[in-house]
Write a protein that binds this ligand. Structure first.
Ligand code: SF4
Length: 410
């Protein structure tokens, strides 16, 4: 294995190692990433504590890799510029950006140079410099590499806000189509168990996460969401991130089609239903291939295919029934339950004050027994009358319709 190591200054390295870090996701679905952030190849938006958009400095410590994953720009057999930051150099560079107010936090990842432990030691030193030498107290999301020793993870954990390890695929079978050098059960899942154990013993401020590559191995949305649900239940994950596959030139998958950002977005929406809205994977609506319908968000698709659950009476339904109404999210459901103790909802305009999206909710609710449907015939009426769900499953999206949820904190 020969590498071309060219002399680059820190800014030149950042352009390359920030750009390749884009495959590790940590913020908004790619469909929402705005151009203003894309001008800076190493600054990525995420959502901070108060719902504010924060800027993460996302970078790899090195792109030199022993791994040979079929989809990855850093794979061993790919011929391109290989570079590394020293811990001193990277910590110094980050702190310059932070002090100038250009970034709000750090997302640190790496390819596997020499071994997982060797690369992790380099990243660990970077974090140590930041915390000890520069007194940096801000946010750090730290990527654990497959095969890292538990002892090393335990040393890193107290210094960072979030730990994550990428599972990449939903099973051994699919991972074998993505990587000849990674082992799903023995390496990735066991790595997730290790960081989960560390998080249980002493919870990290921003918890633990993982990431799946979507659209490269033929996996179905149903399989992805089944696994996500299990991970949320078993390992108390803060989030399962979905990374749309993008073909990279000079890799074995360069001629594969990219995954549409809309698919990734629908998966996030469905993931939110599983994590915070009391849905189980069995309740979600899938087409016969096992994928989510693209035209409607998963909650609307569920509501349209369960007409017997509607309308919901706003003045009587419990919190969880309200949560199932399209256009009503957690905040508005809470406000409805609280406000109706003093004043019943008798006008559709009152719903707006709770933050609900009335134009979406009105087809699914009654106020004191009265129904206020929108003028446009709701699509679910069709399925209510005929039982035909083809409209839900087969139509192309007219525009991105928004399911209510807040993107949670980084
Ligand atoms: S281990 Fe695989 S996914 Fe990770 S950087 Fe190396 S080639 Fe890429």
């Amino acid at each position: 294995m020969t590498y071309t190591i060219k002399k680059l200054n820190s800014t030149g390295k950042l352009k390359i190692l920030g750009q390749t870090a884009k495959f590790d996701v940590c913020g908004f679905p790619s469909i929402f990433v705005r151009k203003k952030f894309q001008r800076f190849k190493f600054i990525y938006p995420a959502v901070g504590k108060n719902g504010k958009c924060v800027r993460l400095f996302k970078v790899l410590q090195t792109n030199v890799c022993e791994g040979n994953c079929f989809y990855c720009a850093n794979r061993r057999d790919r011929n391109f510029k290989r570079i590394s930051f020293s811990p001193q150099e990277l910590s110094h560079l980050f702190i310059q950006y932070y002090k100038r107010g250009w970034v709000d936090g750090l997302f640190l990842s790496s390819a596997i140079y020499k071994s997982a432990n060797f690369s992790e030691e380099e990243m660990f030193k970077t974090v140590l410099y930041l915390r000890k030498k520069y007194g940096y107290r801000g946010y750090i999301h730290y990527k654990v590499l497959p095969g890292t020793d538990e002892g090393l993870i335990k040393r890193i954990a107290p210094l960072v806000d979030r730990l994550s390890i990428n599972l990449e695929a939903v099973s051994d079978k699919y991972l074998s189509l993505l990587s000849p050098t990674k082992d799903f059960s023995g390496q990735l899942l066991s790595g997730l168990k290790k960081i989960s154990q560390v998080n249980r013993e002493k919870p990290l401020k921003a918890g633990i996460t993982t990431q799946l590559v979507v659209g490269a191995a033929g996996e179905k949305d149903k399989e992805i969401l089944n696994l996500s649900y299990q991970l949320y239940k078993s390992y108390k994950l803060q989030r399962v991130y979905y990374s749309s596959f993008m073909p990279v030139i000079d890799t074995p998958l360069e001629n594969f089609s990219p995954c549409l950002p809309l698919r990734e977005y629908r998966l996030y929406q469905a993931g939110f239903l599983l994590r915070g809205y009391g849905f189980t994977p069995d309740e979600l609506v899938f087409n016969k291939e096992g994928d989510l319908p693209q035209r409607f968000d998963p909650k609307l698709a569920w509501a349209m295919s369960h007409p017997d659950n509607f309308p919901v009476e706003i003045n009587k339904a419990d919190f969880w029934q309200l949560l199932r109404v399209p256009g009503i999210g957690k905040i508005s459901a809470r406000r409805i339950v609280k406000n109706r103790k003093d004043n019943k909802f008798t006008k559709i305009g009152q719903l707006k004050l709770t933050g609900a999206v009335v134009s979406r909710a009105r087809d699914f609710v009654t106020l004191e027994g009265k129904f206020y449907p929108s003028l446009k015939k709701p699509a679910f009426e069709q399925s209510r009358k005929t039982g035909d769900q083809s409209q839900i499953n087969n139509s192309a999206p007219e525009k991105i319709n928004q399911q209510l949820f807040l993107w949670e904190e980084i």
